[in-house]
Design a protein around this ligand. Structure first.
Ligand SMILES: [Zn+2]
Length: 329
């Protein structure tokens, strides 16, 4: 069973929770704040399981009745708040699942723990209802709010909770994790890690996502072929890019990463550390051929195109400019 040792790249948070368990200094309300996919649910579940474990250690033992119930998601004293509407946690949901429920003593454990995933979806009323509970919580109550931007919560709620922020995980740790826990090829793993912006959850998704793989293949074929493109091939490439309309930001980020590899290769003539594993030859060729000035011009144009993406200005035109810049001298 998972324990605090399995939490990757969040040593401080793991240590904080372990210390709290050991010393018995446990807050009635926690906020775990961090981007999507950074392991908030995973960490909160380990904390909750450890708190309820019959052995009373700083890690869940994984063997007692309480740990087994927690593992199967059926622990009567670990409640994960659910909501019906996709983006809203209503005041009624908070009232029935926490405010009234918390008055009933724990069934078989020392604590009664509530986990609220996506806590920022609580309406203002819902947050106010929860605040009442936090003002005079029963001794056994622990509420863990998971947020991707805690600033969206009422300041009164923030001030009554202990906030812990989950930092992005280092790239090398993400790679290591993927190597150990998935069966994806090295070249996919490398790119997924680079693309995941510190989120293990996102890295796993990307590593196994066929659509992302297809996008990568498309982008690489443009990057490799651009020198030989005539106007009609450029038009084809634009048409193909339009098929990835929803993934345009990823499309451009892949180009950025590629040119980052080219720059690194040019500066150090070392292609061992490229992100695009398997494309070393093509990247070396590009690094030999293009001047620093040209590479920087391309990178600037990618960044301009990315900006246009946000402002919805004619994207196709901007992309065409980008391809022409790549092709140019
Ligand atoms: Zn246990």
């Amino acid at each position: 069973m998972a324990s605090f040792y399995d939490i990757i790249g969040q040593k401080q948070i793991a240590e904080h929770f372990q210390h709290a368990i050991k010393s018995g200094q446990i807050s009635h309300a926690y906020i775990l704040d961090g981007e999507e996919g950074t392991g908030k649910r995973f960490i909160s579940r380990i904390f909750a399981t450890a708190l309820q474990c019959e052995k009373g250690g700083e890690n869940p033992c994984g063997e007692c009745h309480s740990c087994k119930m927690a593992l199967s998601g059926n622990h009567p004293d670990i409640v994960t708040v659910r909501h019906e509407k996709p983006n809203i946690i209503s005041v009624d949901e908070i009232r029935t699942q926490i405010v009234s429920d918390v008055l009933i003593k724990p069934y078989s454990s020392p604590h009664k723990i509530y986990i609220v995933p996506d806590a920022t979806m609580m309406t203002q009323q819902a947050q106010n209802a929860l605040l009442k509970t936090l003002e005079e919580p029963p001794a056994y109550a622990i509420i863990i709010l998971l947020t991707d931007n805690k600033e969206k919560l009422l300041s009164t709620l923030l001030s009554r909770s202990l906030s812990l922020s989950i930092k992005p995980v280092r790239n090398s740790l993400i790679k290591e994790y993927l190597e150990k826990n998935t069966s994806v090829d090295k070249y996919r793993l490398q790119l997924a890690a680079a693309f995941a912006r510190g989120s293990i959850g996102r890295a796993i998704k990307l590593a196994e996502d066929e659509e992302f793989e297809e996008l990568k293949t498309t982008v690489v074929s443009v990057l490799e072929g651009i020198d030989d493109y005539g106007m009609s091939e450029i038009m084809d490439a634009l048409k193909k890019a339009a098929e990835f309309k929803d993934k345009m930001s990823d499309y451009l980020d892949l180009m950025l990463l590629w040119y980052r590899d080219v720059l690194m290769c040019k500066a150090s003539s070392d292609s061992d550390r490229v992100i695009f594993v398997g494309e070393e030859r093509a990247i070396e060729r590009r690094a030999e051929k293009d001047s620093y000035e040209k590479i920087n011009r391309v990178i600037d144009q990618i960044l301009i195109t990315k900006k246009r993406l946000d402002s919805n200005v004619n994207l196709e035109l901007s992309l065409e400019m980008l391809l022409l810049t790549m092709k140019g001298k």
